[in-house]
Design a protein. Structure first.
Length: 330
């Protein structure tokens, strides 16, 4: 679904008229959220704006994304100053930035830039295209209309966003437009090998050992086509692995032949359970995540369970997989 040109014009006018802007991504940001946040921040800075960027707590080290430019604009939520404009990237609803909301002015205008199919169009302006592979793709294609110039540094950040959200250009959301955009970025100077080494070949030995532990203890429930694994707080402490390091851990489970859904349960410091979902079948895990208070796409989604134990969170997930599977004929 193409973005209305009138929305792009409204966003461009807001950007032109503001001097100071905040760019915000969702909590537990992935590669697209981080890359999009830094990419548009760099473009705004290049256009002469004073820019700050952030996401809701918890704030952890950017880890595999620390090589990206633009981190000098990052601020902790409590340090966010008064701004004239907020740009939210990769957020399907205002709830994804609820940890930031209390630091914003009551009448602040928000530009909502997203590609989730369940986006609630919460912005004063909404640049939403569920057909785009990543928010980073939207930003690159709309940059000119917004009066922004994606130079090499911004292109590097946006390339990371596209690369990670398409599973290295392997997922079904990879289109000819996606590949064309990535090709143009490489033509601007982005080094694919440099990105690959930093994003996919920079794991710690402790993380590799944790991956082996999760795979060794993974369970496949053939009746549901569900493979699942888990990481407790104690296991994270034992292997000295942070939450942001585990972004791709679920991909090890997805390698199993014949599964329909992969789930990874991660115990948070709060005691709640963060659940990542992936689908390789007709089953819509985005719908399942929304039923459980989260969101996402048909093939990739996540939510935070209110359950306090992993076995309880698994039990509620089983019920929803069965229910959604019945309704889709799966």
């Amino acid at each position: 679904m193409a973005i209305e040109s009138s929305e792009v014009e409204k966003a461009a006018a807001l950007i032109k008229d503001c001097k100071e802007v905040l760019v915000v991504a969702h909590e537990y940001p992935d590669g697209d959220a981080v890359g999009s946040m830094l990419g548009i921040s760099l473009m705004l800075e290049k256009a002469g704006k004073t820019v700050h960027c952030s996401w809701p707590e918890p704030i952890e080290s950017p880890g595999r994304y620390c090589f990206l430019p633009g981190w000098h604009m990052f601020v902790m939520p409590a340090e966010i100053p008064d701004v004239q404009l907020v740009i939210a990237v990769d957020c399907s609803s205002i709830e994804r930035i609820k940890g930031i909301k209390r630091w914003l002015g009551k009448d602040i205008k928000i530009i909502n830039i997203d590609h989730h199919p369940d986006n609630t169009y919460f912005g004063y302006v909404n640049l939403v295209n569920p057909g785009a592979s990543a928010v980073a793709e939207i930003l690159y294609l709309c940059a000119g209309g917004l009066g922004l110039d994606p130079g090499e540094e911004a292109a590097l950040c946006l390339y990371v966003g596209i690369l990670t959200d398409t599973g290295r250009f392997q997922f079904s959301n990879t289109s000819d437009t996606t590949l064309r955009v990535a090709s143009e970025m490489v033509g601007m100077g982005v080094d694919p090998n440099l990105v690959y080494q930093n994003v996919y070949q920079s794991d710690s030995l402790q993380y590799l050992r944790l991956c082996g532990h999760v795979q060794s203890n993974a369970v496949f429930e053939e009746d549901l086509g569900l493979i699942h694994g888990s990481v407790t707080r104690e296991e994270m402490k034992h292997w000295n692995v942070s939450m942001d390091e585990m972004e791709d851990l679920i991909d090890y489970l997805r390698a199993l032949k014949g599964h329909r859904v992969a789930a990874l349960f991660k115990e948070l410091e709060s005691g709640r359970i963060r659940v990542s979902l992936r689908s390789r079948s007709e089953l819509d895990v985005g719908k399942i995540a929304r039923l459980l208070g989260g969101g996402g796409h048909r093939a990739a989604a996540a939510y935070t369970s209110e359950k306090k134990r992993i076995d309880e969170a698994l039990a509620e997930l089983r019920l929803e997989i069965a229910e959604v599977g019945r309704n889709t004929g799966g």
